[in-house]
Design a protein around this ligand. Structure first.
Ligand code: AGP
Length: 607
């Protein structure tokens, strides 16, 4: 999952390209590169973050007004200048940047090498540049179309040719490409945040489409050259507004934006009079929802843990049978979807390849497929039958935080919507809605403890292993807390259902393996206490997250973090906040790059 930007227009291309690349850096940041059509073409690639490339470009200040740029997350070939994009052909005329995986590249490479092409890199992408070269007969668009008809795999790509001074060809299959139409200029990028500063008129490419960009105009065709007409849509205001403000990192900013994220998720979606939720995006499938008997939730990573929470929420508020599936497994299973099955795909980015493939598989098998997505206009949002946006705002930090909490809120609203039409009473509905509306202030209260949590991070960030345990609604939170510590502080952390401890993990417990016990005073509290006792009995250190005013714990554990009390089902939206802050402070204290953790990227658009 890389980031691509392309520009053709009247201003020096270096500005929109480098600025756009910096906005896409969350997609991959191990190396980057740029190509601008000057004579000879300007072509520079650097290893590491985009800053390195930016320094070179400002130093060289290439004048050309047509160019492409790329920031990489390596799939084939280690991060190096030779493997960085754009890649070129033998003649040095074709320049190509690519996001995706060419599955049959070895076959194509062998064939091209046997007809004399020589390769400079270990990448799958470079093969495309040579394939286009081999098919080029004066029409760049036609050469790209014909080349892509031979490709198995996924691509979002941008191509330049030295003989076509104003033209850029872009194409998409599986990896996102959005066009931006300005006055006398045209843009393309892997997502709209890279071009939102220049225009709010965007066009999303669909799979197997190719676009030809020239200053101020574009045309779209299919790979087999059928013309496609598509209107531009207007981007939501602020789509490009990603400033860190007073915060040291985007992740900290996004943790502190969670009260507003919850308010946005609830806005216009609460009907107090009837004690029910209102979700406009599901009205078109309301009847199918009423007939639904089975719900399958598919997603990845943090969104998968939101899916696990969904299982508890829907089982608590409806009579649906609920399965929560890892999308990367679900997509390859032999599915016997029962009648009246609804499949819900959860994704912050709306572009995660495994989740996209899972929902396409479910659609193929006749299921009603819904989406819970944060990024407006993303592929998952466009391909589902209906869905709900979480409106958490742009999330730049690779570690998901506010998008997770807003997913929990929306999933609770969805379950309440269905449950109130089944056996949930007005009183129960009203109590839950009241709990939801109390959350923003309660999260603000919890965020006050950032200083205390930083002190705990100082005490524990030197440990190399951590256990996270929770029960029922808090089990997914134990998994999420462990993931946060792993992905940004690089500490080995395992999340477990507390009841599982005796069946193995308790063997790990010793003074060098502390435990984070998520133990609010809910229906599972007493059971959690027995688990904490078992750990203490083996000299394990325990940090407990519990409800404010619970004095019973102090003598039992090493450290306590308190959160306000709310409905058992809603406590996860509170208990996850200290876990995000703990991971954040540990990462800062260990000198990790919090917003761009190693080996990760924000949107996983390859399998
Ligand atoms: C979480 O912090 C990670 N960024 C990652 O696990 C993420 O949740 C996963 O890749 C799914 O992304 P999505 O929600 O955009 O589909």
């Amino acid at each position: 999952m890389c980031g691509i930007v392309a520009y053709t227009g009247k201003q020096p291309a270096r500005e929109p390209l480098v600025e756009g690349l910096k906005r896409l850096e969350y997609r991959g940041y191990d190396s980057s590169g740029i190509a601008i059509l000057t004579s000879p073409p300007y072509w520079v690639r650097t290893v590491g973050k985009v800053d390195a490339l930016e320094r070179r470009v400002w130093q060289d200040s290439p004048a050309g007004t047509v160019g492409i740029a790329h920031t990489r997350w390596a799939t084939h070939g280690k991060p190096s200048e030779a493997n960085a994009h754009p890649h070129i052909d033998c003649t040095g005329k074709v320049y190509l940047a690519h996001n995706g995986i060419i599955e049959n590249y070895l076959l194509l490479k062998k064939r091209l090498a046997s007809s004399g092409h020589s390769f400079r890199s270990e990448t799958d992408t470079e093969v495309l540049a040579h394939l286009i070269e081999s098919l080029y007969q004066g029409n760049l668009e036609a050469a790209v179309q014909r080349a892509l008809l031979q490709v198995q795999g996924t691509f979002g790509l941008a191509v330049l040719h030295a003989a076509h001074p104003d033209e850029i060809i872009v194409a998409r299959r599986g990896s996102p490409i959005v066009l931006g139409v300005g006055v006398g200029e045209c843009f393309a990028a892997s997502d709209a945040s890279a071009l939102a500063r220049h225009t709010d008129q965007v066009v999303y490419l669909e799979d197997n489409e190719v676009a030809r960009l020239e200053p101020g105009r574009f045309s779209i065709t299919t790979l087999d050259n059928r013309a496609v007409s598509r209107e531009a849509t207007t981007l939501e205001a602020g789509a490009g507004a990603i400033e860190r403000g007073p915060y040291e990192h985007f992740m900290l900013k996004e943790i502190f934006e969670q009260p507003e994220a919850v308010e946005n998720a609830l806005r216009g979606r609460i009907n107090h009079a009837e004690g029910v939720a209102k979700l406009g995006g599901l009205e078109s499938v309301e009847e199918r929802l009423q007939q639904a008997r089975h719900l399958i939730v598919v997603s990845c990573g943090t969104s998968y843990y939101a899916g696990l929470f969904a299982r508890y929420a829907f089982e608590t508020l409806t009579d649906l049978t609920v399965e929560t599936e890892l999308a990367s497994e679900f997509r390859y299973r032999k599915l016997n979807l029962r009648q009246n099955t609804v499949v819900l795909a959860i994704s912050q980015s709306g572009e995660t390849a495994d989740t996209l493939a899972a929902l396409r598989e479910a659609k193929r098998k006749g299921a009603t497929v819904l989406g819970l997505v944060n990024v407006v206009g993303s592929t998952i949002a466009r391909e589902t039958h209906a869905g709900v946006y979480s409106h958490a705002g742009i999330e730049v930090g690779v570690a998901s935080t506010k998008s997770f909490v807003s997913q929990i809120i929306i999933l609770t609203l969805m379950a309440l919507l269905i449950g109130r039409n089944r056996d949930i009473s007005y009183e129960e509905g009203a109590r839950l809605l009241e709990g939801l509306e109390n959350l923003p202030d309660q999260i603000r209260e919890t965020l006050q403890q950032s200083g205390h949590i930083r002190e705990l991070a100082q005490k524990y960030c030197g440990f190399s292993h951590f256990l996270y345990i929770g029960r029922k609604y808090q089990y997914p939170i134990a998994l999420e807390g462990a993931l946060k510590l792993k992905e940004i502080a690089y500490i080995h952390a395992e999340g477990y259902a507390a009841g599982e401890m005796k069946h193995g993990p308790i063997a790990l417990v010793d003074p060098a393996f502390p435990t984070m016990a998520i133990a609010p005073e809910d229906g599972s509290y007493e059971k959690m206490m027995s688990n904490v006792q078992e750990i203490r009995a083996r000299d394990g250190h325990v940090i407990a997250i519990t409800t404010a005013g619970n004095a019973k714990l102090e003598h039992l554990v090493d450290d306590v973090i308190e959160v306000p009390r709310n409905h058992d089902l809603l406590m996860p939206a509170l208990t996850v906040v200290p876990l995000q802050l703990f991971a954040y402070h540990c990462a800062v204290l260990r000198g990790c790059d919090v917003d761009k953790p190693r080996n990760l990227a924000k949107s996983v658009t390859v399998e």
